[in-house]
Design a protein. Structure first.
Length: 304
């Protein structure tokens, strides 16, 4: 109570309408769960968390049929959309961006009514909408502590706005003068960060036990190989121009297919992908220009 009061969060109590038999079954289940061999479990962010455990222990230990009305806001709702609902409400756009980058397409599948209960608010709605043996599961509901936290105002500059401004600046500078020394530093940082992020996404996919991080389409733009290529970006090797040409084309295709991907991509990343595509095309053009200049000088020397 003190912790929630300090954090200005609210507490709502639901008194469950359980028979004596159901209460005893629940007590037995809690005692069994508290044993040393049972009290630890592998946490899963959406499938098996501290909220779904409450759902399961109550529903599984009811002696009568359990019926829950639909609590989903839409039939095609996904884990990601429900998470977005909370982040958008609190204007946590940067947190939303980070979540969307690290979590792959498993959280974009349509979820069942039961799966929607992975969030505390939806479990509360579910208990309110559930009957056991034809009787309401919740006998009474009491507000123990009223939430006093105020919703922050939307930031003036969201990730999408900031990245769009950066894209416009880079686009203008690129078309004005692609050989600007500024781009030597900018391109190194840009592709280096994209490569590092790609390595992190790969680690979350293959190096952890989080199934929600698998099949992440963000690897299409945060390509891990950029981390190595960036250290050779100033070399005159001809194969590098084809690397950047291929990358520019693939990123352009990614932008065109943005809304039809199996994974819902964060729209704030559109200008980021556009910058990567633009600078990849600019790098390809610069390699071509340098190659022509070197070839011209070589021909002139041979002629002389």
């Amino acid at each position: 109570m003190k912790a929630y009061e300090y954090e200005q969060r609210g507490i709502t109590e639901q008194v469950l309408n359980l028979s004596c038999e159901d209460k005893q079954e629940l007590v037995n289940a809690l005692q069994e769960n508290a044993k040393e061999e049972n009290k630890y479990y592998k946490y899963d962010f959406v499938i098996d968390n501290c909220t779904t455990r409450l759902r399961d222990i109550v529903f599984k230990n009811s002696t009568g049929p359990v019926v829950t009305k639909n609590i989903r806001p839409a039939n095609d709702i996904t884990f990601r959309k429900l998470i977005h609902e909370y982040l958008d409400r609190s204007y946590l756009y940067w947190s939303k961006l980070g979540i969307d980058i690290l979590l792959g397409d498993p959280i974009d599948k349509k979820i069942s009514n039961n799966e929607a209960m992975f969030l505390p608010d939806y479990l509360l709605k579910a208990f309110d909408s559930t009957t056991t043996n034809g009787k309401s599961l919740v006998l009474t509901k009491n507000e123990i502590l009223k939430a006093t936290i105020t919703t922050q105002k939307a930031p003036l500059l969201s990730p999408f706005a900031i990245f769009t401004i950066i894209f416009l600046i880079i686009a203008v500078l690129t078309f004005m003068r692609n050989s600007n020394p500024f781009f030597s530093i900018f391109d190194f940082i840009l592709f280096f960060l994209a490569g590092i992020l790609g390595i992190l996404i790969l680690f979350m996919w293959f190096g952890t036990d989080h199934p929600e991080c698998k099949n992440n389409f963000n690897l299409a733009w945060a390509f891990p190989l950029h981390f190595l290529i960036v250290f050779f970006i100033f070399q005159k090797w001809s194969w590098l121009r084809y690397y950047f040409l291929t990358n520019a084309i693939l990123l352009l295709v990614l932008l065109l297919c943005w809304k039809w991907l199996p994974q819902e991509m964060n729209n704030a990343l559109i200008p980021v992908v556009a910058v990567l595509s633009l600078r990849s095309a600019a790098r390809y053009k610069k390699f071509n220009n340098d190659h022509r200049k070197n070839a011209g000088l070589s021909d002139k020397k041979n002629f002389l």
